[in-house]
Design a binder for this molecule. Structure first.
Ligand code: PLP
Length: 419
């Protein structure tokens, strides 16, 4: 029985089209992925009915005996996965997780050092319109112009000058491994606390393929839906000394009742990430990004920092005579979804920057490997070199649909058949 289709055809129509879009296109947005059927089922489960303000064993509502089990499972598995002293699995999103650290470690007006949005940082790392930038004095650091890697000399200099209370590491569009130990050294020197937002590469950390921030940072935040491949949500970890304050910051500081259906989905996600297959997936994500990068470089595109260590590529498309906006649009027309993105020291505007950001997690989850990346890389080059050629675009779109049929999306059928 499809209840949505029966009860609300208008909503079903949009969901049904989205199922087709996810199945028939190549999802290459670096922050997206496909959850397993088990995670999708938990996210659509009856736990959405339950209020559970508080924490296991200390709730403000009755009837929490079963959701307590779920939250304990999520906490225990997150601790095992990341080796942290304390974890709070309730943040509704990565932004909420970040705010919980700011609420714990800062007073309004305090100085913080975060990565420049235009160099790959995130909105919640001090963008003017975001609450982080409105409540706190964020100073930015970035990448050096020649290497396009984090400029630690400039960062240390800025830290000595501004004496921040907190340094925020982590990024949304940085294709290289982040050296957490270097951040920790600078934070220690200036007496700042260190927060690492590993939202993008948490799955690689979980698999042991990226150095872990947990041993060196006071606070570690993440989303659970990117490389980690869980439900759309957040997570915050910290040293035991901050445990009580972090818990208080999440609830009642920022949120009311936790989304227990999503906490259950997080528990399943951490369980999946503890398995050996997850490590294989994470390794393949990296191998695929490298393989794709080589094809694009060979075809005349420029890669920020010259390549990648992780799941994403920041690609300068201007050598082909087009901008990021047009690149996003022409790729979208043939079924490849990416996002336009500023590249460091971009001379163009945010709404039509020089670059696109491309990621491999979602296609890797579908089972695609380096052979498919060669093919897809060539399609990307063909289309970007002839953006006005609609017959080429139609042909590539057909080939993409054929490829997509060979690599079904894990949970898509569940949505149409079993809801
Ligand atoms: N932190 C980083 C580095 C991110 O890339 C993102 C999302 O893209 C977030 C935080 C925010 O996550 P959410 O969209 O769940 O609020």
């Amino acid at each position: 029985m499809n209840w949505i289709e029966t009860e609300d055809p208008a909503v079903w129509s949009a969901i049904s089209s989205e199922i087709d879009r996810q199945q028939d296109g190549l999802e290459m947005i670096a922050s997206e992925n496909y959850v397993s059927p088990a995670i999708q089922q938990a996210a659509g489960s009856v736990l959405t009915n339950k209020y559970a303000e508080g924490y296991p064993g200390r709730r403000y509502y009755g009837g929490c005996q079963f959701v307590d089990v779920v939250e304990d499972l999520a906490r225990d598995r997150a601790k095992e996965l990341f080796g942290c002293e304390h974890v709070n699995v309730q943040p509704h999103s990565g932004s909420q997780a970040n705010m919980s650290v700011y609420l714990t470690a800062l007073e309004p007006g305090d100085t913080v050092l975060g990565m420049d949005l235009a160099h790959g940082g995130h909105l919640t790392h001090g963008m003017k319109l975001n609450i982080s930038g409105r409540l706190y004095q964020f100073k930015s650091y970035g990448v050096s112009e020649d290497t396009q890697r984090i400029d630690f000399d400039a960062l240390a200099k800025s830290a000595r000058e501004h004496r921040p209370k907190l340094i925020v590491a982590g990024a949304s569009a940085y294709p290289r491994e982040i050296e957490h130990a270097k951040f920790a050294e600078i934070a220690e020197e200036v007496g700042a606390k260190l927060m690492v937002d590993m939202a993008h590469y948490a799955g690689l950390v979980a698999a042991g393929l990226h150095n872990s921030p947990v041993p060196v940072a006071d606070f570690v935040t993440t989303t659970t839906h990117k490389t980690l491949r869980g439900p759309r949500a957040g997570l915050v970890m910290c040293r035991e000394q901050y445990a009580k304050e972090i818990d208080r910051s999440v609830f009642p500081g920022l949120q009311g009742g936790p989304l227990m259906h999503i906490v259950a989905a997080k528990a399943i996600c951490f369980g999946e990430a503890l398995r050996a297959e997850f490590k294989q997936y994470a390794q393949q994500v990296i191998d695929n990004a490298k393989a794709l990068g080589e094809v694009l470089l060979g075809g005349g595109l420029k890669l920020s920092s010259g390549g990648t260590d992780n799941h994403l590529l920041l690609v300068d498309v201007t050598p082909l005579g087009i901008g990021g906006k047009q690149a996003e649009e022409v790729l979208d027309e043939c079924g490849i979804t990416v996002n336009k993105n500023m590249i460091p020291y971009d001379k163009r505007k945010p709404m039509d920057p020089s670059g696109i950001r491309i990621g491999t997690p979602a296609l890797t989850t579908r089972g695609m490997g380096t052979a498919e990346m060669q093919t897809i890389g060539q399609w990307i080059l063909d289309v970007l070199k002839a953006p006005e050629d609609s017959s080429l675009s139609d042909r590539v779109r057909g080939q993409i649909q054929e490829l997509c049929r060979q690599f079904p999306v894990p949970a898509v059928r569940l949505a149409s058949d079993d809801v």
